[in-house]
Design a protein around this ligand. Structure first.
Ligand code: ADP
Ligand code: MG
Length: 319
């Protein structure tokens, strides 16, 4: 089976099952999309390289799930609603035709499951031979002027984070002997893009981003963009039960400096806290205050009223 047959077989949806916004999907020279004219288009792209972002031997279905979820997290962080995505795949030329077929089959099951769950449709891509890697470009929509940006935080705003932090890094530390049924494995390969939360925070949060490189590193980006500083109370950073049961220093380091959590960090003016509390009580969002924005620059941590220096500042490529 040739490359195009494989794609057609595993990655293409019948035209009649596609939403109206896809005039033409996979198969032509390019896709033809009909965006909602009342909305702004939100576009993000991310590459996952084998043995950098996931183990090359990882189950293909898990890789498919993770690849799309991680990309959708960027749309969540903008407050966008997902619509379409494209996929550039590089498959090893050292693989036999059988290996390629098996991998693509598993991968497409994971990818399409995530696509359906979050309402995002594959509309095109590219397939090449080389070291295993995949690039996904996601496209979504947001009402004009309502996207969540990094540059809106003001002095006095509270800093909040959704759900818990540190699970991604803890999972990564255990990936060489994974228990594929464990909570941490699930959190690594099926991170939840906080799309509902992001949409809810439109018009409410002053700034937001998703935690991919580590809380402190990502929060530093927000502070830089907003020209402010942040104080984080380390004790308030929410940890899962799994991380609470591990040595606290290690768990804290994972939560502060580890990456791969894909939770949202956002800032909220004090007068908006009441609205958030109401949404929280209704079960529409789960978020914890972890600190406050102040004048100055950089991110500062406190523990028991003392300055706290975490060991490492988050993941950076090329460092
Ligand atoms: P071209 O040479 O015109 O770029 P390709 O052979 O690269 O055409 O692709 C043919 C069709 O298959 C295009 O519609 C393209 O979007 C789609 N396609 C190729 N690779 C993928 C992929 N990995 N996922 C989804 N669609 C793909
Ligand atoms: Mg092409």
């Amino acid at each position: 089976m040739g490359e195009f047959e494989l794609i057609k077989r595993y990655l293409t949806q019948a035209q009649e099952t596609l939403p109206e916004s896809v005039v033409l999907g996979v198969g032509d020279d390019a896709a033809l999309l009909q965006p909602d004219c009342q909305q702004q288009l939100v576009v993000a792209v991310d590459t996952l390289v084998a043995d950098v972002h996931f183990p090359a031997a990882a189950p293909a279905e898990d890789v498919g799930q993770r690849a799309l979820r991680v990309n959708l997290s960027d749309l969540a962080a903008m407050g966008a609603t997902p619509a379409w995505f494209t996929l550039a795949l590089t498959l090893p030329d050292t693989w036999s035709a059988n290996q390629r077929r098996e991998w693509l089959q598993g991968f497409s099951i994971g990818l399409q499951a995530a696509a359906q769950l979050y309402g995002c449709v594959l509309v095109g891509g590219d397939t090449t031979a080389g070291p295993l890697s995949l690039t996904i470009q996601v496209m979504g929509q947001v009402p004009p002027g309502q996207a969540l940006r990094r540059d809106g935080a003001s002095v006095g705003d509270f800093i909040l984070v959704t759900h818990t932090l540190g699970d991604g890094a803890a999972a990564l530390a255990h990936l060489d002997q994974p228990d594929t049924s464990s909570y941490l494995y699930e959190r690594f390969y099926r991170p939840t893009p906080r799309l509902g939360e992001g949409q809810l925070l439109r018009g409410l949060a002053s700034a937001a981003l998703d935690v991919s490189d580590g809380l402190l590193a990502d929060l530093a980006h927000l502070c830089h963009a907003s020209d402010v500083a942040a104080i984080v109370d380390v004790e308030q950073v929410p940890l899962s039960e799994t991380l609470q049961a591990m040595p606290i220093e290690q768990s804290r380091q994972w939560a502060l400096s580890g990456g791969d959590d894909y939770e949202l960090v956002f800032t909220l003016a004090p007068e908006r806290m009441e609205t958030l509390a109401r949404l929280q009580a209704q079960g529409q969002i789960q978020a914890t205050v972890i600190g406050q924005i102040c004048a100055g620059s950089g991110v500062h941590c406190e523990l028991d009223g003392q300055e706290y220096s975490p060991a490492r500042n988050g993941y950076q490529h090329f460092s």
